[in-house]
Design a protein. Structure first.
Length: 228
């Protein structure tokens, strides 16, 4: 079966036969991206890598589903910004249906929340589109072996966020939740079964740890860092 339809229809590609025939040890890769120029560029990178072969390409989520039914790649290069359905939603659905496919995100999105969410929902790796061809090939090789791969820029971003992560105790999180809900110190003391002065002390320490000086600043930090 070989889809070679015009425009942006999904394409299932039969790997070319070399002098010794198709090397079954090559990593089978499929690509889903809504920009044809990107797909064509990846086609060239993959087929010239020496370690992989392109077996399918599609340009939207619907085409991706159709393609995967037949292509069954080892690795899927998936963009997030698809026209009919976000790759954020598509990724876990693919992983659930095809657990053996390793999904490598290739996108322009570099926001921490996007990266962390999709890595926790089926993606095996994350590469930005400004990555060098060698880094893309290394990403394919790494995720195909069952390991996680992050391009250098994404790796640095995640490490930076880890350094900024706030370490709060269970009791501090409870205090934070009660403050956010609008409780007074007296009400918090009652709900936490602690003395009023103890709550005042805990509250002072929490403000110092979060580097805030009043409740308004605390509320802003809670929202910005998604603490609750």
């Amino acid at each position: 079966m070989n889809y070679m339809e015009a425009n942006n229809n999904p394409q299932l590609i039969t790997p070319p036969l070399g002098g010794g025939g198709y090397n079954s040890r090559l990593i089978r890769v499929a690509v889903t991206d809504d920009h044809k120029v990107v797909v064509d560029g990846l086609d060239k990178i993959i087929n010239e890598s020496g370690i992989a072969v392109l077996t399918g390409k599609s340009y939207d989520a619907a085409g991706c589903r159709k393609m995967l039914e037949a292509a069954q790649p080892d690795v899927l290069l998936l963009d997030i910004g698809l026209p009919d359905e976000s790759g954020m939603i598509l990724c876990p659905k693919i992983k659930e249906k095809y657990p053996m496919i390793n999904i490598l995100i290739l996108t322009n999105y570099s926001e921490y929340t996007v990266i962390s969410h999709i890595l926790n929902n089926g993606a095996s790796g994350y590469i930005l589109k400004n990555a060098m061809p060698e880094e893309i090939v290394e990403g394919i090789r790494t995720v195909a072996s069952g390991k996680q791969f992050l391009c250098e820029e994404v790796d640095m971003l995640l490490e930076s966020e880890k350094e900024d992560t706030l370490e709060l105790t269970r009791r501090e999180f409870e205090l934070l939740r009660l403050i956010y809900a609008g409780n007074s110190n007296a009400e918090i003391a009652d709900k936490m079964f602690l003395g009023y002065e103890t709550i005042k002390s805990y509250r002072k320490n929490l403000f110092q740890k979060l580097n805030v000086h009043n409740t308004t600043q605390l509320m802003k930090i809670i929202v910005e860092k998604n603490l609750l």
